[in-house]
Design a protein around this ligand. Sequence first.
Ligand code: HEM
Length: 422
Amino acid sequence: MERVAARTAPVELAGLKGLTPLSATTGGADSQEIYNVLRARWGVVAPVDMEPGVPAWLVMGHAEICDIARDEAQFSRDPRNWRWHYDGLLSERSAMLGISPREPRSSSYHSDGEKRRRLREPLDDGLAALSEKTVVAQVEEVSMRLIDELGPSGEADLVRDWSKKVGFLAVTALFGFDQRTADQMMVDSAHIMDHTGQAAEARDRMGRNLMAHVRNRRATGGADLTSTFVRHKSFHDDREVADTMSLPLIAASEFLTAWIALTLRLLLTDKRFAARWTGGRIALDDALDEVLWREAPVANPPLPRYAMQDVELDGKLVREGDALIMAVAAANQDPRVHTGDTWDEVGNRAHLAWGVGPHRCPASRQARIIARVAINRLLTELDLELAVEDHYLAWVPSPWVRHPQALPVRYERARSSGTEVY
Ligand code: HEM
């Protein structure tokens, strides 16, 4: 009689303890080290903790991410489908409530199918209608204001004093906020992101500012993104407009911060780029692309998918209601998408730094303009030198994004202007 090999039961999340914290994947000097450890131990789908005691599946394979992210019928974005909500497991103090609230926001990022299509349309249409010239002019203005605030020479932290500010103010400019409100919202957003004691108050004020701006644009109109939103036939009310704006204002500006900071670090530390910069042949787009490939700034995009039924993935039993995180930074290094050196394969645009499928980032074009113009202006106006050695840089302990905590530099105003790149 032929013996059938005994098959061990596939691993499932329930009962797993002491899991790797998701923030370990972004918090080390080597952006791939922990993904490699997880891959060696579990394969391309590994259990991790999004926060202590709150587990999810981390999907690290390029093909697996594409399949899951494109299948919104089986893998939902609606947080009500997360078992931690319907089983009442999540503590009131969990930071996950900001990302996966019990009630979804009226926006494409928390919706599936027909509703997602309806709410995504204004985003795609509004961004397509934005004038590139206007975006460039806005980023130039914000950049010059911040550079003037720095003064003629001194020491600065290019994360705190540049990347965070320019990212946030560029996004508020797309939506047409005036400078005073934008400055206030920037302070409020920092309280929310850092979970300070003033976070609740800041969230309320930000909500009020957002709604007041939406109502103002409905009354007066304008040429910004908020104005195209309020005119768009797909939105049913102002709540949908405000909910759609809240992700770009809080999360996307953080994404921009990460991309700008990582690119500045590469430009300031890598001799290949320094030589091309001083020689006048600026390869800013090459540096921006290399970062997307090697160190996807949104390493683990913060909005999980929720399994709609039990399914076996890479030998793991994903239960209905489990959360899955798409580790795009790991997928970009998946040996199955590369033949040789990762980023240097001309024309290989297969990286997943913008996500993939129906929730792919709608603003990759605008984000590139913002990052390129801001970095170009900074490096044109200031002579910069990193004030610490690269290997001493610490990394933000975030489960989702990767960027240095600080980029301390010495700077002085440049005597001559550099080359324009756009
Ligand atoms: C102008 C700045 C930006 C805006 C307005 C913006 C806007 C958005 C919006 C609205 C979504 C949700 C789309 C949906 O679920 O339907 C999104 C998703 C996303 N964005 Fe952006 N974004 C910006 C910059 C960035 C940057 C700089 C990066 C990284 C380099 C990035 C990477 C992503 C990723 C990875 C997702 C999630 C995709 C997924 O979960 O499948 N975004 N963005």
